[in-house]
Design a protein around this ligand. Sequence first.
Ligand code: SAM
Length: 334
Amino acid sequence: MRSACVSVELRRANEALRKLREEGLLRKGLIPKRAGGRLLIPVEDPARAAELVGGDVCEDDFEVSERGRTYKDFLKGALPDEVLASLPRSYDVVGDIAIIRLGEEQLRFGKTIAEAIMRVAKNVRVVYASLGVEGEWRVPKLVHLGGERRTETVHREYGIRIFVDVARAYFNPGLGGEHRRVAGLVRDGEVVADLFAGVGPFALHIARVRKALVFAVDINPWAISCLLRSITMNKLVGRLVTVSGDARDFLSVVADGVLDRVIMNLPHHATEFVPDVLPKLRCGGWAHVYVVAASPEEAARAVSQKGLEPVGVRDVIDYAPRKWVFAVDSRKPC
Ligand SMILES: C[S@@+](CC[C@H](N)C(=O)[O-])C[C@H]1O[C@@H](n2cnc3c(N)ncnc32)[C@H](O)[C@@H]1O
């Protein structure tokens, strides 16, 4: 279920939960969840709650606890104990589609797992297993487990409707806070290029809150096709430019020094594109570079080695044991 929330660093989570409980601000019946090295806590009065615990206001989908029960509680006795213990604690919800990360060996229990998820998450109509993200388009390999047989849905993120085809384009609902954060940094009049836009969440957020010239570039035409649907749904026609193609080809036709800001959310390869980006950024222009690394220092180093000046680093998604995706906010030195 969708709810306002506050996000706090994991090491401060217990203290935050205690304070929110004492003040009666915790939203009952919804289960807090981890995202990007932080705990997202559903709350009643987000502004007051954020001030109380020193966290950030957010909005996300949460699992509904049926008298404190999760989807795994509904599977007790239905699956062998070792299979149950190996299942992930949570799953993603994109619109009304749930996607759970499973291994090949857990798939044969898929139908039972899907039923348990749909019992707990009343808004979920479709359940897929993801066997991992693959290829240049970063598209998940999906196996249908239960519910309707469709892959298209509309996801809501801070009031924006995002059309997603989960089988044909990348989308991570755990990045909602990051999409909004970056949009909040853009100033009216800026020229912004989102070089690996996917279905366009950064670009849509920016176009909604700022009068900027925003280019959303992606090599996956299905992703751009989803973005076109979202532009219409959100009444943002004429507010952003979609480019279906390679980021390097786009950059090659941009004049030097005209971009105020670039967004580079292609965590394994973004730094390889920095040499192409640098001449196009104005002096002091911003680059938000997403990098897989084991520490903030390692992420900042990967960006500074390419000639950008890191200004701030924050972890945005857990990637693997002791690996995170970091957002490195950086500037072109003058
Ligand atoms: C991690 S996804 C980014 C999703 C999006 N920024 C978001 O926050 O949801 C990376 C995207 O980069 C695109 N991509 C990969 N290589 C590319 C290239 N050379 N030029 C443009 N887009 C590329 C993929 O198709 C994919 O949609």
